[in-house]
Design a protein around this ligand. Structure first.
Ligand SMILES: Nc1ncnc2c1ncn2[C@@H]1O[C@H](COP(=O)(O)OP(=O)(O)OP(=O)(O)O)[C@@H](O)[C@H]1O
Length: 246
């Protein structure tokens, strides 16, 4: 995914300013920066979730495999190809199986044998098949928060996306669940482009390949995570990663 000269406005307020970023395939890119700097706004721009916000206007381009997300691609198709997992686990109030089958069913997959395969593969890819395989008919709301979040990742994977957006997806979880999801993200990048917002700088350092540091709607600095954390060129990045503000 590539973002070029992206400006975003909420009415008169400019939320993003001339963003230029490339999100490489099979790598994890972390978006970091203080509260309100535009990280979630950028993430939502990548799959046009901001279309639903009244008064929101986007200029510039978001390209997926070279196709313009705002001018060429159909938003429903874009959202299938660019999946999203949120901060709070949000399983639907239905069975574990139906949660994962929901997306494929809404895209027309009807045969039970096909759905069975998709459900198993998606739960395996989200590293939760072994824990859940004997209770697929149980309500998803009965799972722990960490299990619910991995189920939500499985639900996102079930429609075969190319890009996975994670918006602070571990911040509501305990340390053990967080560690499991971090390990999972390391596996997911082998198949997907992963873009994650995190407030946890150690997490960005542990699991991301690339990092972009945001301030007041702008990208101050972006590059290899090791470089951003150990040898940033901009003093504002240095101050932020050293915890001097945030
Ligand atoms: N729907 C909206 N309408 C108007 N302004 C908005 C809307 N959503 C976000 N903003 C504003 O855009 C700016 C960026 O918000 P955004 O949520 O992207 O920041 P963030 O970096 O993700 O913050 P946090 O880390 O706290 O989640 C903020 O000033 C916010 O108030």
């Amino acid at each position: 995914m590539v973002v070029e000269h992206l400006n975003l406005f909420y009415g008169d307020f400019q939320g993003l300013r001339d963003i230029n970023l490339t999100f490489p395939e099979n790598q994890v890119t972390a978006l970091i920066g203080p509260s309100g700097c535009g990280k979630s706004t950028l993430l939502k721009t990548l799959n046009r979730m901001n279309d639903l916000v009244e008064g929101c206007r986007v200029e510039g381009s978001v390209l997926l495999d070279g196709a313009d997300a705002y001018r060429t691609l159909d938003p429903t198709d874009l959202r299938r190809r660019v999946g999203m997992v949120f901060q709070q686990p949000n399983p639907f109030p239905m069975s574990i199986y139906d949660n994962v089958a929901f997306g494929p069913r809404s895209h027309g997959v009807r045969a039970k044998a096909d759905l069975d395969i998709i459900v198993e593969e998606s739960l395996r890819a989200a590293a939760i098949w072994d824990e859940l395989k004997d209770r697929l008919k149980k309500n998803a709301l009965g799972l722990s928060g960490g299990q619910q979040q991995r189920l939500c990742i499985a639900r996102a994977l079930a429609v075969q996306p190319e890009v996975l957006l994670l918006d602070e997806s571990t911040s509501a979880l305990d340390p053990i669940s967080t560690a499991k999801i971090e390990e999972l993200i390391g596996q997911l990048k082998e198949r997907y482009t992963v873009i994650m917002v995190t407030h946890n700088m150690l997490q960005a350092l542990r699991i991301s390949d690339k990092t972009a540091f945001f301030l007041l709607g702008e990208v101050v600095e972006a590059g290899d995570t090791d470089t951003i954390f150990s040898a940033p060129t901009d003093p504002r990045t240095a101050d932020y990663v050293a915890g001097r503000f945030g």
